[in-house]
Design a protein around this ligand. Structure first.
Ligand code: FES
Ligand code: FES
Length: 177
């Protein structure tokens, strides 16, 4: 099934409001939404989590990337009602403790993996999806994982170093148990 298609059997009201429940950053959220709303709009405009960025709005740039059940997803292409029962992670959900950075965020900071920072939340989430599956990715696997994220500023050198550094930190943390 295409990830962007409604779940089989999902009842969609084309007029009126619809109830939806999902987990957002480990918190259960219940909303009454317009079924025409995209996840991007609900996250930013209704839940006020503005780390998820709005840019091309046609699935080309990755600025709006979130994780849905651990997989990369452009939230501009996903209707909010399709998220019923899913687990969604935005950039705000990455802090292990309040005020601390996840190791991927730390690596982007240390290696200069950003300039304006607009693409960074999406980049970081794509790297998380990759490293959660594989903490020793090959260059091809890194390239594939970031193929949906565009950066207009950095030239990608800092981003590339940040991914290597984050992978190293993940391996060290895995070894330390
Ligand atoms: S805003 Fe969603 S891919 Fe660009
Ligand atoms: S840091 Fe500016 S778009 Fe990537």
């Amino acid at each position: 099934m295409n990830d962007h298609m409604p779940a089989e059997g999902a009842a969609v009201q084309l007029s009126g409001l619809k109830e939806v429940q999902f987990t957002l950053n480990n918190e259960l959220i219940a909303l009454t939404i317009n079924p025409a709303k995209r996840l991007l709009d609900v996250i930013r405009d209704e839940l006020r989590l503005t780390g998820t960025k709005r840019s091309c709005e046609i699935g080309r740039c990755g600025a709006c990337m979130v994780l849905v059940d651990g997989k990369q997803m452009n939230s501009c292409l996903l209707m909010a009602y399709q998220c019923e029962g899913k687990s969604i992670t935005t950039i705000e959900g990455l802090h292990p403790e309040q005020g601390e950075f996840d190791c991927i965020q730390q690596a982007f900071l240390e290696e200069g993996g950003y300039q304006c920072g607009y693409c960074t939340p999406g980049m970081v989430l794509s790297v998380k999806a990759l490293l959660d599956q594989n903490s020793s990715p090959t260059p091809d696997e890194v390239e594939e994982a970031l193929s949906g994220n565009l950066c207009r500023c950095t030239g990608y050198g800092g981003i590339w170093r940040a991914v290597q550094r984050a992978a190293e930190m993940r391996r060290q943390s895995d070894e330390a148990g």
